[in-house]
Ligand binder design. Structure first.
Ligand code: ADP
Ligand code: MG
Length: 564
């Protein structure tokens, strides 16, 4: 057959397949969730594309997923009447990994199976998870509106083959030839249970064959089909009917995580704007949280329950890129495009409302005294990202500032856990500023000579060591009427003499040091603005201080490294 060809997998796919088969084995059930989720995506795509091009439906509007098994052949098949794939699409999608950063991701794997399983889970296990339980996978598919179908076959080694086939109905059928020892999946009860556990809220019917009574079977009656899943999108149901398990399962399916979420918020907003949002915060940061090109699965946009697009960047500000979930609008037009979304007032309102909900969710988590570790988990994973909101979102700056957590000179715990409110509550008498120091590392911050006078005066100082801190502090000038003051900037008045006696002594010291100051000035020349006697040091002989309005030494270093 001249239409048969054998092709090699992209090197990354080969590597991922090997890792997955070994690391994911203890989670082998995920194949069901992944394949059903792909079927559901393909139905979503058909429904969406079909709005513009009715021919894709081929006069067969039925949108469904089905699962069947064959005990003799030892196969399980997952089929859908979705959009299907052309030959080019099959090559592109089932032979390569398009995701950006795949290489970096694979390089970050440690070889420790448990850890890697977490990472692979985050990356999205996807179609290739079929090979965890199957020794051979066959995909028959035909794109809506096309006349020719294609069959993709592979044993998960280095290659796959393609051949042209006739396929009557549009859509895709994935057949798994189970590995030795995986016969548990050739069982009606087991498969139904998987569907209910992982895919109950898929918005399309998932069909399985009826179980025949022994009598009917004897009579040779053919089993009909019946729907196994609940079949309504979770977010459309009343909160009172949704259990925590339901929320968690929906999250894992819709947001491609395989751990439970940390927390979520579900809201139906009515009035001039009608929309529903169901927003989750994961337990763990994705590996590409700080990759500028990284496209984490974020918030999906639906309009009247029809899936419109993934990861619409306008739905959430960048500093909330850790949020996952869905927003379903009743008012946006079904044919919205990314371009329309760029400047859409309806969407601006939806976004502002959703941001408020997320901030509210974080606030209540931060206040929750029964589970304080929950907010700490959030902060450790995503605090650096939330901080960006201080700069990006002026309107909510005060709320975000309340959510910040710091390491300080008076807090010995391993995690940054001091809030600005706590800091203010234990300010020294007469203290009117919030003091902070920025540095590359915690050790560097802690041992800075700038801190000596603060130790002596028993004043707490925030220790800032994240890359974004300089930038953030440049945009946050005050909190609750207290201004922020870098301990490395300007003429701190902390060393000021308190009594007449001290004053006289300081004056005398300054007189005596005149020669020394002149000599140091001469030696350093152009490199410094000024040399002066200080009382802020207790152990070190000298320190560098930045101009009050200039950039700090730390920022200067960062800029230099960046080649500025
Ligand atoms: P992801 O779903 O995260 O994109 P997958 O590995 O699960 O990654 O799938 C890869 C791609 O293969 C999908 O994006 C989709 O384009 C295509 N695909 C997989 N299964 C189907 C299917 N049942 N129908 C149509 N396309 C599919
Ligand atoms: Mg998928």
């Amino acid at each position: 057959n001249q239409n048969t060809e054998t092709r090699g997998f992209q090197a990354e796919v080969k590597q991922l397949l090997q890792l997955m088969i070994h690391s994911m084995y203890s989670n082998k059930e995920v194949f069901a969730r992944e394949l059903i989720s792909n079927a559901s995506d393909a139905l979503d795509t058909l429904r969406f594309e079909g709005l513009k091009n009715d021919a894709l439906f081929e006069n067969d509007p039925e949108l469904k997923i089905w699962i069947d098994y064959d005990k003799d052949a030892r196969t399980v098949t997952i089929g859908d009447s979705g959009i299907g794939m052309t030959r080019e699409q099959v090559i592109d999608r089932l032979g390569t990994i398009a995701k950006s950063g795949t290489r970096a991701f694979l390089d970050s794997l440690s070889g420790d199976e448990k850890k890697d399983a977490h990472l692979i889970g985050q990356f999205g296990v996807g179609f290739y998870s079929a090979f965890i339980v199957a020794e051979k996978v066959v995909v028959d598919t035909r794109h809506g509106g096309e006349s020719i179908g294609v069959r993709w076959t592979s044993d998960g080694g280095g290659e796959y083959t393609l051949e042209t086939i006739d396929k009557e109905k549009r859509g895709t059928e994935v057949t798994l030839h189970l590995r030795e020892g995986e016969d548990e999946f050739l069982d009606d009860y087991r498969l139904r249970h998987l569907v209910r556990t992982y895919s109950d809220h898929i918005a399309f019917p998932i069909m399985m064959r009826e179980q025949l009574s022994e009598e009917d079977e004897k009579e040779g009656k053919e089993a009909g089909w019946e729907q196994v899943n609940r079949g309504a999108p979770l977010w459309t149901q009343p909160k009172s009917e949704i259990s925590a398990e339901d929320y968690a399962e929906f999250y894992k399916h819709a947001c491609h995580d395989y751990e439970d979420p940390l927390t979520w918020t579900h809201n139906k907003v009515e009035g001039s704007q009608e929309y529903t949002n169901l927003l989750y915060i994961p337990k763990r940061a994705p590996y590409d949280l700080f990759d500028p090109n990284g496209k984490a699965h974020g918030v999906k946009l639906y309009v009247q329950r029809v899936f419109i697009m993934d990861d619409a960047e306008k739905l959430m500000p960048r500093y909330m890129r850790f949020v996952k979930g869905i927003i379903d609008s009743n008012d946006l037009p079904l044919n919205v495009s990314r371009e329309i979304l760029q400047s859409n007032q309806l969407l601006d309102k939806i976004r502002a409302g959703s941001v408020k909900k997320v901030l509210g969710l974080l606030e209540s988590m931060a206040k929750d005294d029964e589970e304080p570790e929950k907010y700490q988990t959030f902060w450790n994973e995503f605090g650096q990202v939330l901080k960006e909101g201080i700069v990006e979102d002026h309107e909510n700056q005060a709320k975000i500032a309340k959510l910040l957590r710091f390491k300080t000179t008076k807090d010995e715990s391993a995690d940054p856990g001091v809030s600005l409110d706590e800091y203010i509550a234990r300010m020294a008498e007469g203290q009117d500023k919030i003091y902070y120091i920025t540095a590359d590392t915690l050790a560097e911050a802690k041992h800075s000579p700038h801190l000596e006078i603060f130790k002596k005066k028993d004043i707490e100082v925030l220790l800032l060591t994240d890359r974004v801190d300089e930038w953030v502090m440049a945009h946050m000038t005050e909190y609750e009427d207290k201004t922020f003051q870098s301990v490395a900037k300007g003429a701190l008045d902390l060393g000021d003499a308190e009594t007449e006696e001290e004053k006289a002594e300081q004056k005398k010291l300054e007189e005596e040091s005149k020669d020394l100051v002149e000599r140091v000035k001469k030696a350093l020349g152009e490199r410094v603005n000024e040399v002066r006697v200080t009382y802020r040091l207790t152990d070190s002989p000298a320190c560098l201080v930045a101009d009050e309005h200039g950039i700090s030494a730390h920022l200067e270093r960062i800029l230099k490294e960046a080649g500025q």
